[in-house]
Write a protein that binds this ligand. Sequence first.
Ligand SMILES: *[C@@H]1O[C@H](CO)[C@@H](O)[C@H](O)[C@H]1NC(C)=O
Ligand SMILES: *[C@@H]1O[C@H](CO)[C@@H](O)[C@H](O)[C@H]1NC(C)=O
Ligand SMILES: *[C@@H]1O[C@H](CO)[C@@H](O)[C@H](O)[C@H]1NC(C)=O
Ligand SMILES: *[C@@H]1O[C@H](CO)[C@@H](O)[C@H](O)[C@H]1NC(C)=O
Ligand SMILES: *[C@@H]1O[C@H](CO)[C@@H](O)[C@H](O)[C@H]1NC(C)=O
Ligand SMILES: *[C@@H]1O[C@H](CO)[C@@H](O)[C@H](O)[C@H]1NC(C)=O
Ligand SMILES: *[C@@H]1O[C@H](CO)[C@@H](O)[C@H](O)[C@H]1NC(C)=O
Ligand SMILES: *[C@@H]1O[C@H](CO)[C@@H](O)[C@H](O)[C@H]1NC(C)=O
Ligand SMILES: *[C@@H]1O[C@H](CO)[C@@H](O)[C@H](O)[C@H]1NC(C)=O
Ligand SMILES: *[C@@H]1O[C@H](CO)[C@@H](O)[C@H](O)[C@H]1NC(C)=O
Length: 680
Amino acid sequence: MNKMQTLPHGLLALSLLLLSLVSPAASCTAQEETSLLQFLDELSPDSSNNLAASWRDGTSCCAWEGVTCNGNGTVTDLLLASRGLEGYISASLVNLTGMVRLNLSHNSLSGGLPLELMSSGSIVVLDVSFNRLDGKLQEFPSSIPYHPLKVLNISNNFFAGEFPSTVWEKKRGLIEINASHKSFSGSIPASFCISSPSSFAVLDLCYNLFSGNIPTRIGECFALRVLKVGYNSISGALPEELFNATLLEHLSFHKNGLEGELNGEHIVKLRDLAILDLGQNNFIGEIPDSIHQLKKLEELRLDYNNMSGFLPSALGNCTSLRIINLRSNNFGGELSNLNFSSLPNLEMLDLMSNNLTGEIPESIYSCSNLTTLQLSSNKFYGQVSPRIGTMKALSFLSLANNAFENITNALHILENSRKITTLLLGFNFNGEILDLSNNELTGPLPVWIHSLNFLYFLDISNNKLTGDLPTTLMEMPMLKSEKDAEHSDPRLFQLPDSYEGPSLQYGIISTLPAVLNLGNNYLTGAIPSEVGQLKLLTMLNLSFNSLSRNIPQELCNLTNLQVIDLSNNHLTGSIPPALSNLHFLDIFDISNNDLEGAIPAGLHELAYGNPKLCGPLLANNCPTAQAPSVSTNSIEQTTGKIIFAAAFGAFFFVGVLYDQILVSRFFGYSCSRFHQGVTV
Ligand SMILES: *[C@@H]1O[C@H](CO)[C@@H](O)[C@H](O)[C@H]1NC(C)=O
Ligand SMILES: *[C@@H]1O[C@H](CO)[C@@H](O)[C@H](O)[C@H]1NC(C)=O
Ligand SMILES: *[C@@H]1O[C@H](CO)[C@@H](O)[C@H](O)[C@H]1NC(C)=O
Ligand SMILES: *[C@@H]1O[C@H](CO)[C@@H](O)[C@H](O)[C@H]1NC(C)=O
Ligand SMILES: *[C@@H]1O[C@H](CO)[C@@H](O)[C@H](O)[C@H]1NC(C)=O
Ligand SMILES: *[C@@H]1O[C@H](CO)[C@@H](O)[C@H](O)[C@H]1NC(C)=O
Ligand SMILES: *[C@@H]1O[C@H](CO)[C@@H](O)[C@H](O)[C@H]1NC(C)=O
Ligand SMILES: *[C@@H]1O[C@H](CO)[C@@H](O)[C@H](O)[C@H]1NC(C)=O
Ligand SMILES: *[C@@H]1O[C@H](CO)[C@@H](O)[C@H](O)[C@H]1NC(C)=O
Ligand SMILES: *[C@@H]1O[C@H](CO)[C@@H](O)[C@H](O)[C@H]1NC(C)=O
């Protein structure tokens, strides 16, 4: 063939192609147009107005919004994700016999998923995730010979019943199935890979109601890379056959009812494993030594099981590790078994609630990427090394409920850890663990407490703090200024992902759980008027102290407040009327004080135990003439400023004392507030 001869043909073909792309002339067939219009008909008219404007008779359907054709004018793609569509998915789409991709995700479509689409002879990628589809997925009629489907995403719908099992036997090139989120029950089908053992790579069945054992035939999926079955009710052991799927990179059965041991011979067959998540099951036994062969392991999550034994030193050879979460097991021995120097990528180490002992090993301080160090509720002792100040990434530190000594030392060291957002050093008065485990933390409050620039969650409750409320506390930058908060790295606001409780996006500043909790101590004096500087505060708890004088007027400036607990003090005077302007205030507890006058309208207060208060819900009705009284605390403020030279008592703990209980309780309503505010 001669180049000169082929060139004009090439050009011709090219221009024909271009022409077909722009010109309505290379139009889709009448049948395709009819199918699309039938599809439009089944949508609710209000939701499809915009679409209908573009999908007009007389124009080629190749030019319609969301529709893509190939050079021959055959419809290949219908991509209508996030269009606000309501109504039903019409089976007529099956008449688009050249359609390869159908993406209707993130709409509000309801009704069933037409079987015709699942068994279509052309569709390769089908994504109907995030809709309101319901009903049962049907099995295929055996007459249908060939299914090109490779990717199926039916996650986040309201399907119910058992997952079809014969469907998969017909699909030769299947690659991914995503059926996560609240749909299916019954057992996991055994037959996923019968027809596609060398292509099937991703299976996501998280958040369903699957029960029964892990089917052994899943091990026949030799190409499987991702297997996520978290948040179901699967029971039994990990079958030996599972480990035949040796290409697995992500294996997760988080929160099921699995039991048995982690077999060292089996697990090392998964040489590519990067994520192993078996948290919240009933596994027992030790972490096998052979784990060091998993060189690609990045996340090891075995939290909330019943595993025991020492942490194998071999873990130090898994040099890719970013996350180790062994929370709430029965691991024992000394942490110094493990040489952390070889884990430079470590970002999170959560060993909370185990039986570990000894001092914090020096090698841990070389983990310069560590952001979360959660060691609470163990039997660690000794002093925190000054080297902790060199861990520049550290933002969450919990040492609560151990036997550490010398808080002065620890806090002075932390002066250099400027990224600290959450500091948990307290003793947990949880009852069950009140025995030997208190930290012997003594010494005065460092005046530089406000120089912990990112600290926004400070809980020193249930201790023996004495003296006045120090004004330094009112200088904490993260509680003070929205500007400081806005300009900092949003990741700093995220609680570690091992934290339990409703999930929230803390990156959004309005949901920052800024907390000052000094409840149940021996604090005296007035509430400083400087409290009015803590603009971002969402929770202020000063209950169960011996605070006196007025509630400062400045409290009314704290417009983010959701909780004010001033109960069980000796506060006097009247309640500042402007408090009723705090629109987010859910809890306002002033019970058991010595307050007087009328309660401002619009407060959902708890006010019993104040004999001089009056109001509709109290025994004391206000005299009709009495208006809510005006604050008289300006004299108090001046006195306050003079008095508040920071003097702290002999015992000082910085910490979240009930750790999760408080946090999740607090986030509980912070969450509902957030939803009220943001969702439509
Ligand atoms: C497909 O098109 C044919 C012929 O127009 C029609 O009879 C059939 O009902 C259509 N199928 C669906 C599922 O709408
Ligand atoms: C469907 O569209 C959404 C939104 O564009 C996209 O996130 C998703 O990945 C698409 N699905 C597939 C399977 O490509
Ligand atoms: C649905 O799942 C597929 C495969 O797992 C994925 O590619 C796609 O992005 C998902 N769609 C959405 C909207 O997340
Ligand atoms: C499955 O889809 C969900 C959204 O519904 C998504 O969050 C998840 O990442 C997907 N799974 C995989 C393995 O892609
Ligand atoms: C799969 O695993 C089982 C048990 O470990 C083994 O007996 C069998 O030979 C393996 N099958 C293949 C095909 O490797
Ligand atoms: C945990 O395992 C120990 C044996 O190591 C056993 O005695 C104990 O009952 C188990 N606890 C639970 C809650 O299963
Ligand atoms: C820990 O490992 C580092 C290098 O990875 C080595 O220099 C150091 O000696 C080891 N420490 C112990 C106590 O084995
Ligand atoms: C915790 O470890 C100690 C040894 O340090 C041991 O005597 C004790 O039995 C362990 N407790 C549990 C519950 O395993
Ligand atoms: C406590 O820490 C301080 C400051 O680092 C140090 O001066 C003091 O000696 C320590 N106390 C004890 C008992 O080790
Ligand atoms: C404030 O702290 C006290 C003491 O810890 C606690 O009892 C009380 O429940 C807290 N108030 C609120 C509203 O959480």
